[in-house]
Design a protein around this ligand. Structure first.
Ligand SMILES: Nc1ncnc2c1ncn2[C@@H]1O[C@H](COP(=O)(O)OP(=O)(O)OP(=O)(O)O)[C@@H](O)[C@H]1O
Ligand SMILES: [Mg+2]
Length: 348
């Protein structure tokens, strides 16, 4: 199946003085699909999005959105897209509804349409009750949702979301994923940046992994997991005292065994289905009772570690390692910034 690309990046490069923020990034996003642009802090995600949405001019290369070139026809690009930036851009002194109306009228939409669409969007993002309160009184999650609602008022066919769920609690995050899935089901093309592997895994049809301004891998979530090497054989014994006997039984048949006493689990590199079946047979004969035996695919987190040498950001509440990059820019705090994402470039 060939679909028209809704977004194309072609050799995008961006220098800020001596800093090479983006160093030749290319990819294609077919219409109606979701691309996850995945990378750690400072990888160049926001800069890439800013070039593709006409907010900053590429040092080299170009991009097309809905067929329009960002350099030759920036106005047409802006008409075809919506953007929710990394920092909240809602006007804090206006109500949620007024924010929607303001942007709707800037797009030149007619009043009756704006009124109807605002009600629908407030409803869709669970903001109906708060719609007539000024945004200053909103929680971080509510502002994030309003931000997204605002970027949808003109029903753009292409939507760019820069870390849409950073700062949201787990429930709001799952709710937002649901809304995004509905948008895609209705035909919207989505490009979202994220540091969260689970988010990319949940939403993206294709993933482009960038690190230090370059693409280091791309593919479907499944392809990326397959690339990063072997699956593991995981055996769970029913009774903790059996762990030692189980380990002794496996040892001659595997390269190494890792024991997790708390989980009553033994993990070893898997060498295919036949290998697993043979080991299952050995357990059958041994009298050691198992709760479970199976093959575990590498997670996207394993993929990321394999590719970059460091773990990606964990979703809040999980316990993966912290990213180890002291020389990069500090964490952003979108919920505490009230100023909009400036269109101009600020040298740091
Ligand atoms: N306006 C700017 N002036 C100078 N350097 C910049 C500017 N914007 C970005 N950079 C630098 O470019 C690199 C890429 O930054 P960018 O914001 O694109 O990364 P990111 O992947 O979005 O990171 P994060 O996950 O923290 O949002 C960083 O080294 C950053 O410090
Ligand atoms: Mg960013």
């Amino acid at each position: 199946m060939t679909r028209t690309p809704a977004i194309e990046a072609e050799g995008l490069v961006k220098h800020f003085g001596d800093t090479v923020a983006v160093d030749g990034v290319s990819f294609v996003v077919p219409e109606g699909s979701v691309l996850g642009l995945l990378g750690p802090n400072g990888a160049g995600k926001t800069t890439t999005v800013r070039m593709m949405t006409t907010l900053t001019r590429p040092t080299a290369g170009t991009a097309r959105v809905a067929g329009h070139d960002v350099l030759r026809d920036p106005a047409a690009v802006r008409r075809s897209m919506g953007l929710t930036g990394q920092a909240a851009t809602v006007d804090e002194l206006l109500t949620g509804r007024e924010n929607l109306r303001l942007i709707g009228s800037l797009y030149g939409l007619d009043k009756a349409y704006i009124r109807r669409a605002s009600d629908e969007l407030l409803e869709r993002f669970s903001l109906s009750d708060a719609g007539d309160r000024i945004a200053k009184t909103y929680s971080g999650g509510m502002r994030r949702r309003l931000d997204l609602a605002v970027s949808l008022i003109a029903t753009p066919p292409v939507l760019f979301l820069d870390e849409p769920t950073t700062g949201l609690d787990p429930r709001s995050r799952v709710e937002l994923w649901e809304v995004l899935r509905e948008l895609v089901a209705d035909g919207t093309t989505l490009l979202l940046t994220t540091q969260y592997l689970e988010e990319a895994d949940q939403l993206a049809d294709n993933i482009v992994v960038i690190d230090r301004g370059t693409v280091i891998a791309e593919g479907t979530p499944l392809q990326l997991k397959d690339q990063s090497g072997a699956a593991a054989l995981v055996v769970t014994v029913s009774q903790a005292p059996d762990l030692e006997a189980a380990q002794a039984l496996m040892r001659p048949h595997v390269r190494e065994v890792h024991v997790d006493a708390g989980a009553r689990q033994l993990t070893a590199p898997a060498e295919g289905l036949g290998h697993m079946t043979r080991i299952a047979g050995l357990f059958e004969e041994s009298g050691i009772v198992l709760d479970d035996i199976g093959l575990k695919r590498p997670s996207l987190d394993d993929v990321f570690l394999h590719l970059t040498g460091h773990r990606a950001e964990a979703l809040p509440g999980t316990d993966a390692d912290e990213p180890d990059q002291p020389d990069r820019q500090p964490d952003h705090q979108p919920d505490h910034q009230s100023a909009g994402d400036p269109a101009g470039e600020v040298s740091r």
